[in-house]
Ligand binder design. Structure first.
Ligand code: AQP
Length: 331
């Protein structure tokens, strides 16, 4: 079984939503699956990027993935732009996608509204189709992502089936792999929206590379509700439930057990303890990230080996696709 997923090198630090919603599963799945993970720099330029920052952030993203536990001997870790087949297959997929179909992608609607609809790039509009190509190139069976990506995986399935129907069996039709408990981590200040680097306010967003003291303060000032009962009830108690979900995943203690532990206690106690749990997680993570950054040669060589492995798979899929479409083979 093969898995494929990617993360954007945009904001510098990963946030807790990226880690719990996606990266944590990547680490686990490298043990049981043939796993391909990438830093998606082609996706990053769908909104303006400073070139120097983009390359620095690409290394930083790779360093964080290794710090989180990805092991280059157990998975293939690479940078998307190092494998040109992504852009090449994306063109074929663009030509298979209806304009209206692409226009229904809710992430595009949200992001273009944020950046100003008129100023949104065509790349931002077709970004889900590039994601389709990312996944299909590797014939991935499963795609470990957060809940916000579900619609894009549905599009991937539709396009894989459409292509297979039109040109003959070519692509594996992938399934989303979305954890129930952490598929959507919410903003600490506004638990009605997902934690996100572009939509969250600084106080609602836990950046893994922030000073642990700053992080602890953010957890302690998380919004809960006027009630006092510590109970997992996402509909009526979204703030408390978000904190319980984070707590449970980081410690491995079940939510039911946490509810028992905090019975009769105040929200302050839960938040103080969770702040400690989060600090215990981010402190070694920051140190390990820095160690990888201090040795850019090793980091670059891991990425070069990853790109070589990824290209071998991607080139095979692309050449089969081109043949099916009817492109005259180059001699
Ligand atoms: N809040 C979240 N809860 C669970 N999973 C999440 N992911 C993102 N936010 C949450 C998952 O993280 C993976 C990488 O996503 P990305 O490359 O889109 O990273 P990002 O751009 O840093 O994510 P943001 O913050 O969501 O960006 P904006 O604000 O630009 O939209 C994906 O699997 C995603 O589901």
């Amino acid at each position: 079984m093969r898995v494929l997923s990617g993360i954007q090198p945009t904001a510098g630090s990963f946030h807790l939503g990226n880690y719990l919603g996606a990266v944590r599963q990547w680490v686990a799945l490298q043990e049981s699956h043939d796993a391909f993970y990438m830093v998606v720099d082609l996706h990053a330029i769908t909104v303006p990027q400073d070139p120097k920052e983009l390359s620095a952030n690409t290394r930083l993203a790779a360093a964080q993935l290794l710090a989180a536990g990805l092991d280059p001997d157990r998975c293939t870790l690479f940078v998307q732009s190092h494998v040109p087949e992504h852009a090449q297959l994306a063109w074929v997929m663009n030509c298979l996608t209806g304009f209206g179909e692409a226009g229904r992608m809710t992430q595009f609607k949200d992001k273009s509204a944020r950046h100003g609809a008129e100023r949104a790039s065509v790349g931002l509009f077709t970004y889900p189709i590039l994601q389709v190509a990312d996944i299909l190139l590797y014939q991935a069976d499963e795609v470990p992502v957060g809940e916000d990506q579900r619609q894009h995986i549905e599009l991937t399935r539709d396009l894989a089936e459409r292509f297979n129907g039109r040109y003959g069996p070519t692509f594996t039709v992938p399934k989303p792999y979305i954890p129930k408990e952490t598929g959507k981590i919410y903003d600490l200040q506004d638990p009605s929206i997902k934690m996100s680097k572009s939509a969250s306010t600084p106080k609602g967003l836990i950046n893994l590379l922030d000073e642990p003291k700053v992080t602890a303060k953010k957890v302690r000032s998380a919004v809960t509700d006027t009630d006092t009962v510590i109970r997992f009830d996402p509909e009526n108690k979204p703030g408390v439930s978000n904190l319980l979900g984070i707590y449970s995943t980081l410690t491995g203690t079940s939510v039911a057990e946490l509810e028992r532990q905090y019975e009769g206690k105040l929200y302050g106690a839960l938040k103080t303890d969770l702040a400690e749990v989060v600090v215990d997680f981010v402190t070694p993570f920051r140190d390990r990230t820095q160690q990888y950054l201090d040795d850019p040669e090793t980091l670059d060589s891991i990425l070069a080996k990853g790109a070589e492995k990824a290209r071998a798979v991607a080139a095979e899929t692309l050449s089969r696709t081109y043949e099916r479409v009817g492109f005259l083979p180059a001699k």
